[in-house]
Design a protein around this ligand. Structure first.
Ligand code: SF4
Length: 425
């Protein structure tokens, strides 16, 4: 389906939405290997081993705050010329002896070992036979896909291969799928579900371990958070094990309350209990927000965020009274644009440096909500900017408490004296 111009999307520089960057070309996007690391980084009870140069190892360590230790073969000229499988085999045995408690290993191929055609799976099978531990190969050299989304898909396929059939729990138990526990967001979601008597089996992949992934069919329902990364995984579990899934979002008051109602309905829980919880939580949030809303009302917001966050955050800012003048997604899909379109006056995908600067100069936003990579450029040009939190210290933005965190952060940015200076573009 062609999406150029769909949903009121206005491409900058005549660029179609959903554009796939040429492998090896200039891009703001991360590579496929990074995508695999993004999904698998925090998985516990697993050895994470990168077969490639030390630069890839360093890059793969930058994912999220709660990653597990990452080992690497640090391949050099000799391995590129003569082959690096012997080094990989040694590193794998050494890693498994250093961390004997792990139940399995993830091996990541990178550009260098992908280009020389190293066959990681022969080493994986050999070590599996010897150690009786699962060794999963992520064939994810950076050039193998135009965006990090290719790595997400590979990572979820690897996770899916670990899942075994099991007995469903009689009690209401769910899995959070595509919930990355950024800045501890999963804790707020677990708190709200617990108030309804719902237990979370595992948080994929924000807070999970291999043994929980193997047994995730114990849950009665999968709650899908990031549809961009994990929808195929949820569908796969549905077709293989008959596990139902529903899409939820916990960004903003209305989305959080609607998601709690959906969960209660899908699990056959008492409607009055969920309404009581929502009434209690919403009342507290509304009271806290009331004196702050005049500060937000009518202010112009621009979003530059990862694909799955653009729509939910645009809706959330509208709820707070902002006018969302633009939304730019990083590796966005038509579905992400469709979600954001009703809330944003302007949409584009995969903005480069120059395009972000042009967006600032054209739209003159009062607030830019963006990621850790873009935030410094926006501040440099003198626009009030807030980065989506990555660290637990700041607190996440999901759920009722998350909404208060976000409102507090926005208030801090909008009232910071430094942003009273005129912008530079
Ligand atoms: S896998 Fe390739 S693109 Fe990704 S960090 Fe390594 S060299 Fe760079």
């Amino acid at each position: 389906m062609s999406v150029c111009g769909a949903y009121g999307c206005v491409p900058l520089a005549a660029k179609p939405c959903g554009l796939l960057t040429e492998p090896g070309g200039m891009s703001q996007r991360s590579c496929a290997y990074f995508g695999a690391r993004y999904v698998l980084g925090p998985v516990k009870e697993a050895l994470h081993l990168v077969h490639g140069p030390v630069g890839c190892l360093s890059y793969g360590q930058m994912v999220r705050g709660q990653r597990e230790p990452l080992l690497g073969t640090a391949t050099g000229e000799a391995e590129i010329i003569f082959g690096g499988l012997a080094r990989l085999r040694r590193a794998l045995y050494e890693g498994l002896s250093l961390f004997p408690e792990v139940r399995g290993a993830f091996l990541y191929a990178t550009c260098a070992t992908g280009l020389t055609g190293e066959d990681l799976s022969t080493v994986a099978r050999e070590v599996e036979e010897e150690t009786k531990k699962r060794v999963l190969v992520l064939d994810c050299p950076g050039f193998s896909h135009p965006t990090q989304a290719g790595g997400h898909a590979l990572a979820y396929r690897a996770l899916s291969s670990l899942v075994r059939e099991g007995e469903r729990a009689a009690a209401p138990v769910v899995n959070l799928v595509g919930e990355y526990n950024v800045a501890g967001e999963a804790e707020e979601i677990v708190r709200l579900l617990a108030a309804l008597g719902v237990r979370v089996h595992t948080v994929l992949t924000g807070k999970t371990r291999l043994s929980e992934i193997e047994t995730l069919t114990r849950a009665r329902l999968n709650l899908l958070f990031c549809g961009s990364t994990a929808r195929d995984f949820a569908e796969d579990l549905k077709s293989r094990f008959g596990m139902p899934w529903i899409k939820v979002s916990f960004y903003g008051l209305s989305a959080t309350s609607a998601s709690l109602r959906k969960v209660a309905e899908a699990l056959g829980l008492s409607g009055s209990a969920v309404e009581e919880l929502i009434a209690r939580e919403e009342a507290g949030v509304r009271e806290w927000l009331r004196p702050r809303l005049p500060l937000f009302s009518g202010k112009r917001a621009l979003l530059v965020l990862g694909a799955g966050r653009v729509g939910p955050l645009a809706r959330l800012l509208r709820e707070l009274g902002f006018e969302v003048v633009g939304a730019a997604s990083i590796f966005g899909t038509p579905r992400d644009h469709e979600e954001a379109a009703p809330y944003s006056g302007f949409l584009t995908d995969d903005p480069g440096d120059d395009e972000v600067e042009r967006l600032l100069s054209l739209l003159k936003p009062d607030l830019v909500l963006t990621n850790a990579r873009e935030v410094w450029r926006v501040i440099k040009f003198g626009f009030p900017a807030l980065s989506f939190p990555q660290e637990k210290r700041r607190g996440g933005y999901a759920g009722y408490r998350g909404l208060l965190n976000l409102a507090r952060d926005i208030e801090r940015v909008l009232t910071a004296p430094v942003f009273r200076l005129p912008p530079l573009v």
